[in-house]
Design a protein around this ligand. Structure first.
Ligand code: ADP
Length: 355
């Protein structure tokens, strides 16, 4: 097992820079998830760690050793891909054994390692089947088995669950986490799915356009996003935003929107009167109240465990989530009270968190 260090890592494809100086530290035994929208550079970073892509600038270390110029096979890293990349004409056992065979591992040891991985992954009964005789989830387990048998110092996962249906994806998340609890192998996991990141990561790295936006434990990113991008990317349904300017009078503070609506702020705060900001509040931190911000109901969606309500405030759409079962008709006017402790304020121009 090993730590991973990325220092000012850059990548240029055909004169187009796509990674612009990224610094990430992954501790020994840590499970770090790289998340961000499609095209932000997640796979490119992972492939540079694996050695499948050249590093244009900066340095990558695995276990304290600079690997910039080290061939992939010498990095002691195992990668699990989205498309499984199994050999169709080999059995599960042969697929899992193949890389060890290439390394001329003694036969008895190959047998032991494959059996052990198959036991951990619940594949003992499938060792003599071919990939086409397996379900999607089982194929993905074989792909992980192939990584496990090598006992590498680092696992790299590139969107491994994207090809699975929603229910199986949720189940496999748990399995991969449990696997990590058991093996403790340092892992870097790439996904575009913020929910996957929140549930699986020890720490999340949010990337955007080849830059790191924020690094931290899941709930830290959720509770104190460093900027509007992270605030909007992490959490579903997404955080509500409204642009406006700060108005302070008689010890109270609010954000006044273009429509003249006042969104309450906690007293105090550093941003001065007139500052142009974006107000942010998560759907579960808004409730219907006797008085407050006037809003009109557009849609009520019962989800069983909770109800999602879509409303508009002035011209701005607002989502609200409540554990209660409510049935407001469309067009119903009511008032909203944001939880003042859960209000986020961002600089309107830079998007940086202000409080
Ligand atoms: P992600 O994994 O976050 O979806 P990628 O790392 O695949 O993003 O891509 C990052 C950027 O680099 C994108 O703009 C993509 O078009 C570009 N890119 C990826 N691979 C290549 C390549 N082989 N040649 C040229 N551009 C590439």
């Amino acid at each position: 097992m090993a730590s991973v260090t990325m220092r000012e890592v850059e990548k240029v494809y055909d004169r187009t820079p796509v990674i612009h100086g990224v610094d990430i530290d992954v501790a020994d035994e840590e499970f770090v998830v790289l998340v961000g929208p499609s095209g932000c550079g997640k796979s490119t970073l992972l492939r540079m760690v694996a050695g499948l892509e050249a590093i244009t600038g900066g340095e990558i270390q695995i276990g304290g050793n600079r690997v910039n110029d080290m061939p992939p096979k010498d990095r002691d890293v195992a990668m699990v891909f989205q498309n499984y990349a199994l050999y169709p004409h080999k059995t599960v056992r042969q697929n899992m054994a193949f890389s060890l065979k290439l390394r001329r591992t003694p036969k008895a040891e190959i047998g032991t390692r494959v059996e052990k991985a198959a036991r951990i992954l619940g594949l003992l009964d499938y060792l003599d089947r071919y990939p086409k005789q397996l379900s999607g989830g089982q194929r993905q387990r074989v792909a992980m088995g192939r990584a496990i048998v090598r006992d590498p110092q680092l696992f790299l996962f590139d969107e491994p669950l994207s090809n699975l249906d929603a229910q199986l994806r949720v189940q496999m998340r748990t399995e991969i986490k449990e696997l990590h609890e058991e093996l403790r192998t340092t892992s870097i996991y790439v996904t575009h799915d913020q929910d996957e990141a929140l549930t699986m990561a020890d720490r999340i790295v949010v990337l955007r356009d080849g830059r790191v936006e924020q690094i931290g434990p899941p709930l830290e990113l959720y509770d104190r996003p460093a900027n509007k991008f992270v605030a909007g990317f992490i959490g579903s349904p997404a955080m509500n935003f409204a642009d406006g300017r700060i108005v302070r009078s008689n010890g109270t503070a609010a954000v006044e929107t273009a429509a003249g609506i006042h969104l309450p702020l906690p007293p105090g705060g550093e941003a001065g009167d007139g500052t142009e900001v974006t107000y942010g509040i998560r759907p579960e931190h808004v409730r219907v109240a006797e008085t407050g911000v006037p809003a009109t109901v557009d849609l009520v969606e019962p989800k069983g465990s909770q109800t999602q309500i879509v409303l508009h405030v002035g011209g701005v759409q607002v989502n609200l989530v409540t554990p209660e079962r409510v049935g407001y008709e469309r067009g119903r006017r009511l008032h909203l009270a944001p939880d003042l402790d859960a209000v986020h304020v961002f600089d309107r121009t830079t998007g940086a968190r202000l409080d």
